[in-house]
Design a protein around this ligand. Sequence first.
Ligand code: ATP
Length: 331
Amino acid sequence: MSATNSDRPRKKLVQVQHLKQYFNPGKPNEVKAIDDISFDIYEGETFGLVGESGSGKSTTGRSIIRLYNPTSGKILFDGQDISRIKHRDMLEFRREMQMIFQDPYASLNPRMKVKDIIAEGLDVHHLVKNDQERDARVNELLNLVGLSRDHATRYPHEFSGGQRQRIGIARALAVQPRFIIADEPISALDVSIQAQVVNLLREIQQEQNLTYLFIAHDLSMVKYISDRIAVMHNGRLMELAAADEVYNHPLHPYTKSLLSAVPRPDPMYERSRHRTDYDDSIEFDNHPRTLQEIVPGHFVFAAADELADYQATAEKYLHEASALGKSPLNA
Ligand SMILES: Nc1ncnc2c1ncn2[C@@H]1O[C@H](COP(=O)(O)OP(=O)(O)OP(=O)(O)O)[C@@H](O)[C@H]1O
């Protein structure tokens, strides 16, 4: 796992503040894809964003990279407000923020050679002086993602899904970004290949001090790569905490429901595992809810009269952890 050592000063690389992203606002077909979310992503960390289909995860990633104009709220990158800047002024930020997509088949142009796909960003941002330098950089990137220089002149259809995702990663890395949004980068891959791609992303992160927003629809793999995890539902964040806390000590019923769907390699656990349903009518009971810090670093979408119960549960977890001699919180 990447850098979250508490002795390191933690710099906020991305700050999302009260972000709303409505599609077709004010019209009968209005969709509140993101409905007032706030979170920070620290430099060097992997921030996992998890939720079921339609919860607003991709829209969050696309809003941060400014593929959309936010309906309201702010997005800060390295302290600078980028939520209102014009598209042409986004060019420099676009270099610093790159995206890796879910479908490595759809996201690579089938008519382009691998070397031209990888070098696209180098060309757009004028980062190489001549063809020789361009080829050398492409070879370096192919090597970095575990492919060979022979692959440079081939086309995407000649590669497996996992290899194509490696090409997508090389393309993102070409411009030396600081922040990568990985939108379900392993969901379309065979299970046997998923771990390889996750390991590659982790290795590269450590080498290059990258910051990731890692989007996924379930908690099984995201737990291994994320430092902290936010759980999204209906365009809002239901819970946000250190990855282990979300996985082992979930507080919000929606998180518990998501987790109950995840099999674990523990026969005892599996014998008693049952899927718990989540009744989202509680979100519409007219109790104003916001993301509240229940214990340090652990936030839950809660109404004022729910706080005491959440605090009692969190404290129970803390006692259990200290009885077992574990560090209670690592957020
Ligand atoms: N361009 C758009 N125009 C209108 N509605 C949109 C648009 N993009 C997304 N939506 C809607 O916004 C909501 C959130 O979609 P989003 O793709 O962000 O969810 P998601 O959690 O990433 O789901 P998935 O994993 O299926 O992509 C959905 O109801 C979706 O239909």
